[in-house]
Design a protein around this ligand. Structure first.
Ligand SMILES: [Zn+2]
Length: 127
């Protein structure tokens, strides 16, 4: 017999487009490069590094958007937002910043924030 909690966990496991409340380590800071297979999308017009990280454990794709001002130490900052397979397929580097800012929730971190990752809620501003 399936308990309510088991059904709820099954439901949450399918809700891959939302970063909050997931069990997998890819949805919990701190994040490690070894958790992911990275596909680089290149630079956007703001000279950000845009990539898609795919979790090796659960298969969830995450948009990774990283900015750094080379002349300023401690300026590295990044944002990370969950991508559905459809969003992953359609995403272009030039649209990445707008995609992050349109999210209800995402993760951010880096030396600029002095953080290995924390949750941000809308309105999200990338700068
Ligand atoms: Zn995962």
């Amino acid at each position: 017999m399936t308990t309510f909690v088991q059904r709820l966990k099954g439901f949450l496991g399918q809700a891959t487009a939302h970063p909050i409340g997931e069990a997998c380590g890819c949805a919990r800071p701190p994040f490690h490069h070894a958790q992911f297979e990275r596909a680089e999308l290149g630079e956007d017009p703001f000279h950000a590094d845009v990539a898609v990280d795919r979790c090796k454990r659960c298969g969830q794709s995450w948009l990774h958007y990283a900015l750094e001002d080379a002349e300023y130490s401690g300026s590295g900052r990044w944002w990370r937002a969950a991508l559905s397979p459809e969003q992953r397929a359609a995403l272009k580097a030039a649209e990445a910043r707008g995609f992050i800012e349109a999210q209800y929730a995402c993760f951010a971190g880096g030396s600029y924030f002095d953080s290995t990752g924390f949750e941000q809620r809308a309105p999200i501003r990338v700068a």
